[in-house]
Design a protein around this ligand. Structure first.
Ligand code: FES
Ligand code: FES
Length: 157
């Protein structure tokens, strides 16, 4: 089947999509967007998180057909041209990346948090990232990065 979807503001089309194919597979293998990662393919790790109509979802659990006519925003779509989004920049600046497999999902989850919550508490940050697992376990630096991005957005640093 054919799937039409707007991805990062651009109308895209994928052909020969198998009915059981995931949105994650379509993004990575058909549309050339490898940012979202396939780590568990079971909705357990959050590495594949993207926005679907402005709601973060595990794209490995979304059938490609469910995205028909909808808007998807991936980690690639957060940057403004050559400029990283402040959340992305904070992950770089704080060294919050080890193997990087969890990073795109964490960045989308953190982006969603600071869009919704001006000055999140540590508890709110932990809650927002609870669905995103880092196998390298560098959580302290990840928390530092989210704190920094939130503070910059709120204009307190
Ligand atoms: S790859 Fe989708 S939740 Fe792990
Ligand atoms: S940096 Fe390796 S899984 Fe998080």
């Amino acid at each position: 089947m054919r799937v039409n979807v707007t991805v990062n503001g651009v109308q895209r089309q994928a052909d020969d999509v198998w009915p059981g194919e995931s949105l994650l597979y379509v993004l990575r293998e058909r549309l050339g967007l490898p940012g979202a990662k396939n780590a568990c393919e079971q909705g357990e790790c959050g590495s594949c998180t993207v926005y679907l109509d402005d709601v973060p979802v595990c794209s490995c659990l979304v059938a490609a057909g469910q995205a028909e006519g909808r808007e998807v925003r991936t980690v690639e779509g957060l940057a403004e041209g050559e400029d990283l989004h402040p959340v992305q920049q904070a992950f770089v600046d704080r060294g919050a990346v080890q193997c990087g497999f969890c990073t795109p999902g964490l960045i989308v989850a953190a982006h969603d948090l600071i869009e919704r919550t001006a000055e999140p508490t540590d508890a709110e940050i932990r809650e927002a990232l609870a669905g995103n697992l880092c196998r390298c376990t560098g959580y302290e630096k990840i928390l530092d990065a989210v704190r920094e991005a939130a503070a910059k957005k709120a204009g307190v640093v």
